[in-house]
Design a protein around this ligand. Structure first.
Ligand SMILES: CC(C)(COP(=O)(O)OP(=O)(O)OC[C@H]1O[C@@H](n2cnc3c(N)ncnc32)[C@H](O)[C@@H]1OP(=O)(O)O)[C@@H](O)C(=O)NCCC(=O)NCCS
Length: 170
């Protein structure tokens, strides 16, 4: 059983490590090498120190291993998409450290995010995933999410990344 709890500021270092290691493991070969090379642990720590204090309560959760170490996180919010209805929530990001894939942590985090959205009154949820991220896409499909036909091109650091949208009723 994975324990999931709301993130706190003291988690910042572990969240940064998960973010950087997971990015490298997942996106090498899918995004330009320059983006992978630009990943910075200290930059990510800094960013978490900025983000956590302004994150509303119960919008960012962490998963813990048996030793109590943070092994993954999920962030949820109202949908940030232009024109989205007020009853549409979003799973903004979901990361499990590669050393803990296939242990149920991803499912536990995603379930927490959708339950929290539901209890806040959201009726639908959406998320964006890189088109080539087949592991994540398969995972979401097993969890009951479906593509909704929307795609977008995310322009980051001079690269153009193709993303697809998934949705599910809560
Ligand atoms: C996608 C991601 C979040 C999935 O997380 P995860 O912790 O590996 O997910 P789970 O362990 O809950 O489920 C993965 C598989 O393990 C299986 N599994 C779950 N518990 C298990 C257990 N105790 N023992 C063995 N297998 C198990 C699940 O059935 C599932 O298999 P399936 O995909 O064939 O159905 C993770 O791979 C990740 O962080 N990827 C990189 C970041 C990313 O791509 N994020 C999404 C971007 S939008």
């Amino acid at each position: 059983m994975t324990v999931v709890r709301p993130a706190v500021l003291d988690d910042a270092d572990q969240l940064a490590r998960i973010h950087v290691d997971t990015w490298r493991a997942t996106y090498t070969g899918l995004v330009p090498d320059t983006m992978i090379a630009a990943l910075s642990l200290s930059g990510s720590v800094e960013r978490w120190h900025e983000v956590l204090p302004i994150t509303p309560p119960r919008h960012c959760f962490v998963a813990l291993d048996l030793a109590g170490d943070v092994i993954g996180f999920v962030r949820r919010s109202p949908s940030r998409d232009e024109g989205a209805t007020r009853t549409t929530g979003e799973v903004q990001s979901l990361y499990v450290h590669p050393g803990h894939w296939n242990t149920g942590a991803g499912r536990a985090l995603l379930d927490t995010a959708t339950q929290e959205l539901r209890s806040d009154g959201f009726i639908n949820a959406t998320l964006w995933v890189l088109a080539g991220n087949t592991r994540a896409r398969r995972f979401y499909e097993r969890c009951g999410w479906r593509t909704d036909g929307r795609t977008k091109q995310d322009q980051r650091q001079g690269a153009v990344l193709d993303e697809v949208s998934y949705q599910r009723r809560l």
